[in-house]
Design a protein around this ligand. Structure first.
Ligand code: AR6
Length: 168
């Protein structure tokens, strides 16, 4: 089975075990994919997030998916892009690693990622895609969970970037 896939579309519609949210340190919602996930999941998601005490940049926390088809949401906080000198690359790599580790711990079979940090947080999409794919390939080579990872691109030019990286 091919364990890596890229698709175009709205991550909130996917029927998977977990979708990953590009959250902020408060975990209390926001714009972009975060807003879309909270809208689709309903108010119970916010209520669970309020109990989590926030999340550090580069880390991840898991909740249920409520009204989403996805059973879980893994909330990770990507770095704000300041030009690359503030540890942004390592922090973004850590987002993928900690999210995948949580998925492994929960025996999650299918997980979908948006482009963490590539919207409001300004991380250059091509560099972010390389980190996403490299970290995920490394993780999957050592672990049997998650079985499948889907990268979801949304109204930007990153679909082809991911496709080329996945061909390698
Ligand atoms: N499905 C898939 N991808 C999406 C969707 C969607 N429905 N909506 C947006 N994207 P962003 P960040 C893509 O800004 O850069 C929030 O306010 C989007 O095209 O959502 O990590 C949080 O609360 C982009 O490629 O997240 C934080 O404050 C990617 O998702 C802050 O934004 C990420 O864009 C986090 O910024």
């Amino acid at each position: 089975m091919n364990r890596l896939e890229v698709i175009k579309g709205d991550i909130t519609l996917l029927d998977v075990d977990a979708i990953v949210n590009a959250a902020n340190n408060s975990l209390l919602g926001g714009g972009g994919v975060d807003g879309a996930i909270h809208n689709a999941a309903g108010p119970d998601l916010l209520a669970e997030c309020q109990k989590l005490g926030g999340c550090e940049t580069g880390q991840a926390k898991i909740t249920k998916g409520y009204r989403l088809k996805s059973k879980h949401v893994i909330h990770t906080v990507g770095p704000v892009w300041y030009g690359g000198s503030r540890d942004e690359h390592a922090l973004l790599a850590s987002c993928y690693n900690t999210s995948l580790s949580l998925a492994k711990e929960k025996k999650i079979k299918t997980i979908a990622f948006p482009g963490i940090s590539t919207g409001a947080y300004g991380f250059p999409i091509d560099q972010a895609a390389i980190i996403a794919v490299n970290e995920t390939k490394k993780f999957l080579s050592k672990n049997s969970y998650p079985e499948k990872v889907i990268f979801v691109t949304f109204g930007d030019s990153s679909y082809e970037t991911y496709r080329k990286l996945l061909e390698k």
